[in-house]
Design a protein around this ligand. Structure first.
Ligand code: PAZ
Length: 315
């Protein structure tokens, strides 16, 4: 008989679930890059940040897909603040969503501000010029501390997240996971997917999407059991937000849930832990809320590492 409290049941369900998706062809290559990056961590902290939304294709030869909302602003801004706090950062993000450093300008702004001098040199004019030189300085200073890995589909996200988690596991409590990506709760099993572009001449279609099992559970329990794990909870109905955040904390047993509501997410978040709810708000438009979120997360992560050291001393 199955025992519902057996933690291995979660793992078996998740392993089975992964077989619904083909492994990304570059998974081994990504692992090599991540392992090499982790070698450079030394004795300091590392954070894995996820950012941007996953897509769920509805055809094998994908023309159409179901997308998840996220511009990647939260993740990319947070990455810069973690770097300033001397963290090594693995940034797992949706291709073409915001990236650290380049998020501050777009290509048309850049083109607009470029001119060619009489001697043929490219010049960047104000006001982007001054901003750009600071970004270039920061980037050059930090690029060795940042590893970018991109995903597009839910399947890629799931495989990379698991593989990177396995790779950071040996860092123990020095690793933090900051899961800001907007990950689909639904998927279409490969066997139910059309091979080619679905034709409208065949009439309306109905899609049946299955539920994605909660991978936060095996992640916290098995993949990175000693890491400091922070998840985000997004809702559009503010009346259910805190309840859902608290339930997530209980269900997965991780360290912090950051609750945010779609419309106010750039001005207000609530940090939910077992002990308390802490609201963070900004009214100054020049300031990014991510600087305050990262300050808090780093303080809590440091305390967590310290607590682990004290326990080790006692043993
Ligand atoms: O990427 P963005 O800045 O536009 O939005 C960030 C966010 C709202 C996706 C993030 O803060 C978040 O809540 N992520 C988790 C979403 C979820 O509940 O699945």
């Amino acid at each position: 008989m199955e025992c519902l409290n057996d933690p291995n049941i979660d793992l078996a369900v998740i392993d089975q679930f992964y077989t619904n998706f083909a492994e990304p062809s570059n998974l081994a290559e990504i692992r090599v890059q991540v392992d090499k990056f982790i070698e450079s961590v030394g004795t300091g902290p590392l954070v894995l940040i996820t950012s941007g939304g996953t897509i769920v294709p509805i055809e094998h030869n994908t023309v159409r897909f179901v997308d998840n909302f996220s511009a990647g602003t939260r993740g990319s801004a947070s990455a810069e603040y973690f770097l300033k706090k001397n963290y090594k950062v693995i940034f797992l993000y949706r291709l073409k969503s915001c990236e650290p450093f380049t998020r501050h300008f777009n290509m048309s702004q850049l083109l607009e501000s470029l001119s060619i001098s009489d001697s043929g040199l490219l010049e960047v004019n104000s006001p982007l010029g001054e901003k750009l030189s600071q970004i270039v300085k920061d980037y050059k200073q930090q690029k060795e501390n940042l590893l970018l890995v991109t995903f597009t589909t839910l399947a890629e996200y799931l495989y990379y997240l698991r593989e990177i988690s396995f790779a950071v596991k040996p860092l123990g409590s020095r690793a933090a996971l900051y899961l800001a990506a907007a990950v689909s709760d639904f998927y279409i099993p490969q066997t139910n997917m059309a091979t080619h572009k679905i034709q409208s001449k065949d009439g309306p279609i109905s899609l049946c999407l299955e539920i994605v099992p909660k991978i936060l559970r095996p992640l916290v329990k098995f993949w990175v059991p000693a890491a400091f794990v922070v998840s985000f909870k997004l809702e559009t109905d503010a009346s259910i937000l805190l309840d859902k955040a608290r339930k997530a904390l209980h269900r997965y047993g991780h360290h912090l849930v950051i609750a945010n509501e779609l419309q106010s997410r750039k001005r207000e978040v609530i940090l939910v832990t077992e002990k308390e709810n802490q609201k963070i708000t900004i009214d100054d438009s020049e300031m990014e809320i991510e600087s305050l979120i990262v300050d808090e997360v780093v303080t809590r992560h440091k305390n967590y590492i310290e607590m682990g050291r004290n326990v080790e001393k006692l043993i």
